[in-house]
Design a protein around this ligand. Structure first.
Ligand SMILES: [Ca+2]
Length: 284
């Protein structure tokens, strides 16, 4: 008997007896309480059974007549006859279980989820590799830039520490580092001047005085743009020259920068611009 049947039975019983269940115990409070407890226990048990059946299977539409129940109050025993619905055929049972499991992953949906996870993982890993590669390239680029800036700063610091020679409102320095003519020209510009322009014999002797004997240094004169058309690094036009005998010879057709020999008269030679030598800067 289900809960609904039981309650209908109570209603029928009440209407027939025209009195509240267990009303016979009005004068026996202990007996009435026991009677009501039994009724409550039956209701609770029926409700639990009904919920259990609903959770495990779906009952077919009920065409079964209400069970026939006979209960005698206030008897301590009750006789209950119920008609239990026959279980569905095994094939129908399996179908119902399958249908009730639609919300759960089937083997196919599990495979799809695994495939999606695999693709997503691969895509994320690819993105991470690309990001790491870009980061490494950026870092390498920054490192090269930093090293170049550090070299530049170190050169400037060394230039600042050099002894400054003064003459006729000009300042001269002789580098202690050796550089190509091109790099020497850039460093002199950073210092605020140019590779020295020699305008006359007095200036030539002054500069030759602080270049050690046996060494040489780049000056600003060059014919890089046009062969044998010598100009100065600062663009100033000069006519004074102090060549060694046989110079400029443009040896191997590739000597376009001028160096001054140290000590003595400070004679000049044309030389390969890419050779590294000390150099003299001048600024106003
Ligand atoms: Ca030349």
């Amino acid at each position: 008997m289900d809960g609904r049947g039981f309650f209908l039975l109570l209603i029928v019983f009440s209407s027939v007896s025209s009195s509240f269940p267990c009303s016979e115990f009005v004068s026996d409070l202990y007996g009435e309480i026991n009677c009501l407890r039994r009724l409550l226990s039956q209701c609770t048990s029926e409700k639990a059974n009904r919920e259990t059946r609903r959770a495990t299977t779906t009952l077919p539409p009920s065409t079964t007549p209400l069970p026939t129940t006979t209960t005698t109050f206030p008897s301590t025993t009750s006789t209950t006859t119920s008609t239990t619905p026959a279980p569905p055929p095994s094939s129908s049972w399996n179908d119902q279980v399958t249908e009730s499991s639609d919300d759960w992953p089937t083997p196919n949906s599990a495979l799809i989820i695994d495939a999606l996870k695999y693709e997503l993982t691969r895509e994320i890993e690819t993105k991470i590799r690309e990001a790491n590669k870009k980061f490494d390239e950026k870092m390498a680029s920054y490192q090269v830039q930093i090293e170049m800036e550090m070299k530049k700063i170190n050169k400037e610091v060394r230039m600042i520490k050099l002894k400054v020679h003064r003459r006729a409102n000009h300042e001269y320095i002789l580098s202690d580092e050796r550089e190509s003519w091109y790099t020497a020209s850039e460093i002199c510009t950073q210092w605020g001047g140019h590779l020295v322009t020699i305008k006359d014999s007095r200036e030539n002797s002054f500069v030759a005085g602080f270049i050690p004997l046996g060494e040489s240094a780049w000056i600003g004169l060059n014919d890089i743009q046009r062969e044998n058309d010598f100009v100065n690094a600062n663009g100033e036009k000069t006519t004074y020259r102090k060549w060694e005998d046989g110079q400029p010879d443009n040896l191997y057709h590739n000597e376009n920068c001028v160096e001054m020999m140290g000590g003595g008269e400070g004679r000049w030679r044309d030389s390969l611009c890419l050779l590294t030598k000390r150099f003299v800067c001048r600024r106003n």
